[in-house]
Design a protein around this ligand. Structure first.
Ligand code: GN1
Ligand code: MG
Length: 349
């Protein structure tokens, strides 16, 4: 059994009596270290923060504090499990260099892919419901927990910088990817167009399907999780991340290149789900931006994976050295399929 040296600190900070045998590694998140703590009566999620990614965990706490005080939780049809306060009333606990957080565990199922369009609808509806419920909060009170997190101009710049710094000869496969992401720079220009037009909303900004918890029968969303990146953003970010992780025939880690396609029925269901929950607040321009979102979020994710590969995998954990290269290739295949999908749609109208 691994030895968890932080345990006595946590027990002291939260007034718990957890033991090592109650702790197990949990989930598929890329960022923090996550554990499930199982007591006879209760379960909790314990996380050790990745401070490389979130340099200011305090910003997250501040944002969560505003949510706790101002969000009309009763309007949400699911749970939004904010962190538990420690005995000093803080939502994080700092011990030496490490930052910890405890959250309630929500019983249910975390899907890595959705089985059918109905689940796609539910997922999109849930994320739109969050932004709708937060629509009367003052977005400018919220901090950018990762500055320019989904700012495509910035991500593109990081990509070109990584490219400039890359030493040695580039293999053919890498050249092909670099060329693809460079040729599609028009998404960056389109990004500028949309951000000038659209209102800033409180968005989730990490709307991967595995950041939702479904009921055991998978018929309902019971919680939205991974609340770190809740901050000001645009609705097309959230819709777009759903497209990339739900309306695809293969997940982002797949290397079955010729199997990676848009799932049209799931795409339509996502659109229905997001717009039905967004009906009473989304502006016409926001509605028009959603289709761009799918392409943009696939593009930015591919760029981020490729940049990380060029920098020798300093951000996204990998199971093998080429994995970020493969993920960038995966997103390229999906983007090609999305472009084709919209081309056909346009031809048909
Ligand atoms: C990270 O932690 P996780 O797996 O939910 C990342 C997202 C990426 C995603 C790609 C803070 O999310 O932006 O889209 O990996 N989160 C952060 O799988 O960088
Ligand atoms: Mg996650």
């Amino acid at each position: 059994m691994p030895h968890y040296s932080f345990l006595s600190t946590i027990n002291q900070a939260y007034g718990k009596h957890w033991t090592e045998d109650q702790i197990q590694v949990f989930g598929n998140g890329h960022i923090h270290q996550t554990f499930l703590v199982t007591e006879p009566q209760e379960k909790h999620i314990l996380q050790i923060f990745n401070k490389g990614v979130f340099e200011n965990p305090e910003f997250i706490v501040d944002n969560h504090q505003i949510l706790r005080k101002q969000l009309p939780f009763e309007k949400l049809p699911y749970q939004l499990p904010l962190p538990v306060e420690n005995l000093n009333g803080r939502m994080i606990t700092t011990f030496g260099e490490q930052v910890f957080r405890v959250q309630p565990y929500i019983k249910g199922i975390c899907l890595e892919d959705v089985k059918n369009p109905k689940q796609a609808f539910l997922a999109a509806e849930a994320f739109a419901q969050f932004t709708r419920t937060a629509k009367n909060l003052d977005v400018s009170d919220f901090k950018a927990v990762i500055p320019r997190f989904l700012d495509l101009e910035w991500r593109y710049q990081q990509f070109t910088e990584a490219l400039d710094q890359k030493e040695g000869r580039l293999g053919e496969g890498l050249k092909e990817l670099i060329e693809f992401y460079t040729i599609h720079k028009s998404f960056v220009e389109e990004y500028r167009y949309w951000v000038e037009k659209l209102p800033i909303r409180l968005t989730h900004n990490d709307c991967k399907i595995n950041n939702l918890i479904f009921s055991e029968d998978q018929e309902k969303v019971v919680a939205v999780i991974d609340l770190d990146t809740i901050m000001p953003g645009y609705v097309f970010y959230d819709f777009g991340d759903l497209v990339r992780t739900v309306a695809c025939t293969e997940g982002e880690n797949s290397t079955q290149w010729d199997q990676i396609n848009v799932d049209k029925l799931k795409y339509e269901a996502l659109y229905e789900g997001y717009t039905s929950a967004g009906e009473d607040f989304l502006t016409k321009e926001e509605l028009n931006s959603l289709n761009y979102g799918g392409k943009m979020m696939t593009y930015i994710s591919g760029l981020r994976f490729l940049t990380d590969y060029l920098k020798d995998n300093v951000y996204f954990p990998v199971q093998y050295p080429e994995q970020n290269f493969d993920r960038a290739r995966n997103q390229m295949m999906l983007l090609k399929s999305l472009n084709e999908y919209f081309f056909q749609l346009k031809k048909a109208t």
